[in-house]
Design a binder for this molecule. Structure first.
Ligand code: GLY
Length: 424
C-alpha cells in the first residue's frame, strides 16, 4: 500500500515538474521579447515626431529629446529603415512592414548613376534594401543591391587589394588610397552580390580586402588603426592613422568593433579558419580592456579614463557580432565565452544607465560619434539603436531556437538576415 502511494506521489511530482518546465518558457527569450517591446514603444514615439518619410532620425544630443535629422546621402541613412525592419520581424504587423518599406524606398536614389558613393553604400543599402529583400524576396530589391555592389566594387584598387573607402578624402584631406576599418562591414554587399548572380570576382575582392586589412591595419597587439594609407600606384602600405580616434596610435573602440563584426562576417562567408583565429584575437584584446559594465570608453587610450565618455554603439555592435561568432565557433570554450559576454553587454545596455526611455525616444544613450570633430558626444545615435535591436533579435532567436527539436533547428536561421539572402 505504502509502495503504491509513494509511486503515485512520485508520478504526480514528475508530471507537475514537467508541466512547470513546459509552461515556464525560456527566461532569456522572455527577457529579449520584453526588451524588444520597449524598442517598439520607442519607435512609435519617434514615428510621431517625424514630419514625413524622407526625414531620417540620426542622433539626439545629451540632455535633449529632439532628433537631429538627416537625409539619404548621409552614411547613417539606412539605419532607421533597418530598425523598422527588425521591428517588423519582431511584431509581424503589416503596418510595421509598410513603415519599413516607406523609408526604404527613398534609399533607391543611392544607386542612381549620377550619385557618387563611398564605402558607406554597404551600410546604406544592406540595412534598407537588404532587409527588404530578406523579408519579401522581391527580385527588384535584389537588383538594387547588385547595382550597389557594382558601385562599391568600382572603388576597388587591385594594386592595393582593398576598396578606397573615402574617395572624397583624396582631394579634401590629401590622402592617397585610404581604407578605414569601418569598411570591413560593407564587404557583406560584395559577398551578397557574388552569391546572387553578380560577378564572382566580387567575392575575391572582399577576401583580398579582408586579408590586406588583416596584414596592415592591426598592431602587433591586435588593436587597430582607424585608417590605413596606401600608395595608390604601387599598392604599398604607407602608415596607419586616425580620423575619429584619440590619436593615430590610440585604440578607438568603434574601429575595433567594426573589425570584430566585419571579420566575423568574412569567416561566415568563407569558412576560412584563418579568419576565425584572427577574429578571436581582435575580440579578445577588446574584451580584455573593457570596464566593469562592458560598455567601452569611446577610445581605450583616452588619458581621461575613467572620466572619459563612453560609446554604447560599440557595445551594441560587439554584442551582436559575438552572438553570431559564438554560433560559428569550432571551440566550445570560446563559443560559451562570447555568448556570456554578449549576454552581459545586452543586459547592461538594457538598464536605466543606458536605456533612454525616460529622456528621449531613441533606445540607448551614451554613444560617441566623432569626438575629435566635436559632435555626437555622449549622445543617442541611430546606429547604436540598430545594432542593439539586431543583437536583441539574434539573442531572442538563439534561445527560441534552443527550444526547437533538431529537425526544426535546421530550418531556422538565427544569425544575420543576410546569411540566407544567398539561398533564396
Ligand atoms: N562609420 C563611421 C563611424 O563609425 O563613426
Amino acid at each position: 500500500m505504502i509502495d503504491i502511494r509513494l509511486k503515485v506521489i512520485g508520478v504526480a511530482a514528475t508530471l507537475a515538474l514537467q508541466s512547470a518546465v513546459a509552461t515556464a518558457g525560456c527566461p532569456q527569450k522572455e527577457w529579449a521579447d520584453s526588451t524588444l517591446r520597449y524598442c517598439n514603444c520607442q519607435i512609435e514615439k519617434t514615428l510621431c515626431q517625424l514630419p514625413n518619410d524622407s526625414v531620417l532620425p540620426r542622433s539626439i544630443n545629451a540632455g535633449s529629446d529632439k532628433w537631429n535629422t538627416t537625409d539619404i546621402g548621409d552614411w547613417t541613412s539606412g539605419f532607421w529603415s533597418g530598425i523598422l525592419w527588425y521591428n517588423y520581424m519582431n511584431t509581424n504587423k503589416l503596418t510595421d512592414m509598410l513603415n519599413a518599406l516607406a523609408y526604404t524606398e527613398h534609399q533607391r536614389y543611392l544607386v542612381d548613376p549620377n550619385h557618387e558613393v563611398d564605402h558607406d553604400i554597404g551600410f546604406q543599402l544592406l540595412c534598407s534594401f537588404g532587409h527588404a529583400y530578406a523579408n519579401t524576396g522581391r527580385a527588384e530589391y535584389k537588383d538594387i543591391l547588385l547595382a550597389g555592389a557594382d558601385k562599391l566594387a568600382a572603388l576597388y584598387n587591385n594594386r592595393v587589394g582593398t576598396i578606397l573607402s573615402w574617395p572624397h578624402a583624396v582631394k579634401d584631406m590629401g590622402y592617397p588610397h585610404n581604407t578605414i576599418m569601418d569598411n570591413m562591414m560593407n564587404l557583406q554587399l560584395l559577398f551578397f552580390a557574388a552569391n546572387n548572380g553578380g560577378p564572382a570576382e566580387y567575392r575575391d575582392m572582399a577576401i583580398s580586402h579582408a586579408r590586406t586589412t588583416m596584414k596592415n591595419q592591426f598592431r602587433k597587439d591586435y588593436t587597430s588603426y582607424h585608417v590605413a594609407l596606401y600608395d595608390t600606384e604601387n599598392g604599398k602600405f604607407i602608415r596607419g592613422c586616425t580620423n575619429q580616434g584619440y590619436s593615430d596610435e590610440s585604440f578607438w573602440a568603434r574601429g575595433q568593433a567594426w573589425g570584430i563584426y566585419g571579420f566575423t562576417v568574412v569567416y561566415r562567408e568563407t569558412g576560412d579558419k584563418e579568419f576565425l583565429r584572427f577574429v578571436e584575437k581582435i575580440a579578445d584584446v577588446y574584451l580584455a580592456r573593457l570596464p566593469e559594465d562592458y560598455v567601452p570608453y569611446w577610445d581605450f587610450s583616452d588619458p581621461n579614463i575613467p572620466n572619459a565618455v563612453k560609446d554604447a554603439s560599440s557595445a551594441a555592435i560587439v554584442a551582436s557580432a559575438l552572438i553570431e561568432l559564438s554560433q560559428l565557433e569550432d571551440n566550445a570554450f570560446y563559443a560559451d565565452k562570447y555568448m556570456k559576454y554578449a549576454d552581459k553587454m545586452l543586459h547592461n545596455l538594457s538598464t536605466a544607465d543606458y536605456q533612454s526611455r525616460h529622456c528621449n525616444s531613441a533606445f540607448l544613450m551614451h554613444s560617441t560619434g566623432n569626438k575629435p570633430a566635436g559632435y555626437e558626444i555622449d549622445s543617442s545615435i541611430n546606429y547604436a539603436d540598430y545594432y542593439y535591436i539586431e543583437a536583441l533579435t539574434r539573442y531572442r532567436d538563439f534561445y527560441a531556437n534552443e527550444e526547437l527539436n533538431d529537425h526544426e533547428k535546421t530550418k531556422r536561421n538565427t544569425l544575420s538576415p543576410f546569411t540566407y539572402l544567398g539561398n533564396r
